[in-house]
Ligand binder design. Structure first.
Ligand code: CA
Ligand code: CA
Ligand code: CA
Length: 257
């Protein structure tokens, strides 16, 4: 026996009997997806609260941005490299970095390997971070080492006195005044005590080694691509769910034919 659409009646009965079960499990999957999307969004929210630094090792102290005036002696430590989130700029335009790209940089000269690679990059939204060393004792040089890992690729860095000074106005934290910072450049040297930095192949981890001299400052400003905004993520989530529902409807209508 066959039913009206030509299926053997046993098959048709069987399909009718399993349909409600499948619908119920579809609903379950949909609810689970909504819950998971919510969980993912809230996890992303906590990542934003950490302002894009996902990890650090060694002598790195991730802290809040200082206030008042940042100058020689205002933020000292004999053991820790101070790192803080500076600011987010919505449309940063074109930025002339002292260096872009992965690899070791320890050569202050323009000839040879491991030298800086300056480049101008068009940046949309950007997040900036300051890496700052200023020793307390100031009687002999101190070596510092550590790593900072970011949630998004490093677009470029400024580490020369000119580059740091030139990018202050756009990227320093709101309300912070930059005072006298003696020799604030990040020194480079292929010899002796390591004075270098390395950007990892995936552009997310910065490895830093520096010797901080008596009454000397060492700084790097790092710019990263921001994470997508929560509104955009939520929008993508809704689009994804809509696509899923459309696909299910199509499949169901095919199955019913
Ligand atoms: Ca000092
Ligand atoms: Ca130094
Ligand atoms: Ca320096």
């Amino acid at each position: 026996m066959a039913d009206a659409i030509g299926l053997p009646s046993e098959t048709s009965r069987y399909m009718r009997s399993i349909q409600p079960i499948r619908r119920r499990s579809d609903l379950g999957r949909f609810v689970a997806l909504v819950i998971l999307s919510g969980a993912a969004l809230s996890m992303w929210g906590s990542a934003v609260a950490q302002a894009g630094i996902t990890g650090s090792t060694g002598a790195v102290n991730v802290r809040a941005a200082p206030g008042g005036t940042l100058s020689d002696g205002s933020l000292e430590s004999d053991t820790q490299i101070q790192v803080w989130f500076e600011s987010r700029v919505g449309n940063a335009g074109s930025q002339s970095f002292d260096h872009v790209g992965a690899g070791l940089v320890n050569n202050p000269f323009v000839i040879g390997a491991n030298r800086p690679s300056p480049s101008t990059v068009i940046v949309g939204e950007g997040l900036s971070y300051m890496i700052h060393i200023d020793q307390t004792t100031d009687t002999t040089a101190i070596n510092y080492s550590g790593t900072v890992t970011f949630s998004a690729p490093i677009l470029g860095v400024w580490f020369t006195t000119g580059g740091l000074g030139g990018s202050d106005a756009q990227w320093k934290p709101a309300g912070l005044t930059i005072g006298t910072l003696t020799n604030r450049n990040w020194d480079l040297s292929p010899n002796g005590a390591a004075r270098d930095f390395t950007i990892s192949t995936n552009l997310r981890t910065l490895t830093i080694n520096q010797q901080n001299g008596v009454n000397e400052i060492d700084q790097i400003r790092v710019l990263i691509n921001p994470e997508p905004s929560s509104a955009m993520l939520a929008g993508l989530g809704v689009l994804g769910l809509a696509a899923l529902v459309r696909r299910r409807r199509k499949r169901d209508s095919r199955a019913a034919q």
